[in-house]
Design a protein around this ligand. Sequence first.
Ligand code: DC
Length: 231
Amino acid sequence: MSARQRPVVAIDGPAGAGKSTLAAFLAVRFGLLNLETGAMYRAFALKALEQEIPLDNADALEALTAGTTIVLEPNPKEIRNRVLLDGRDVTARLRDSDVAEAASRVSVHPAVRAWMVSRQRGMGAAGGVVMEGRDIGTHVFPDADVKIFLDAAPDVRGQRRFLQNPGVERSAAAAAAEVRDRDERDRSRAASPLVPAADAVHLDTTAMSLEEVCAAAERLVVEKTGFAPVR
Ligand code: DC
């Protein structure tokens, strides 16, 4: 393990691969904090939408970071973090599809990414975290103790997203289209595109049950860190 006393577990992968569910499971099993970096991009995107800042205006978005605070409050009983944007609880609003799309669009800007990465490094510096996102194993914690790249076939991910967000997604087809568009942007952007770290372990969950995915990831954490599950 690295110089940290407690491990950093990085989970990266495209939308709908099951990262949040797996991160929440590992956090409980190993007594770690579960930090969802996508929620930070979503909260920032929400602020840009509310202030009517064009999502392609890099300078205005960079200026917006200066007066912004985003706090993730992990709750061991919930999959999702509670998210405070400038002190306001915006958790429920972050699942809406306009915010998801805007998050993907603001995340292409290097200055926005640099601001996020520096905060995320601070949050995980002491270790004891499962951090999930798109660039955790490649940029935020290239020295993470465990790196998992979680993937699944696009239509399976669309379907999971649809089932995960009842009442938010209009239809399975709309959810699949949204996931596809977001993926395309996340994978093709110039700054920290979604790519697996060279030393990440790939888990293709297309044909795996949730239990199988959790068991495989748990074995990996034990193997890489020597930590035993606490629960
Ligand atoms: O994980 P999520 O669906 O909540 O992420 C929303 C968007 O934020 C995603 O489409 C791309 C961006 N993102 C990112 O660029 N880097 C991260 N570490 C996490 C999310």
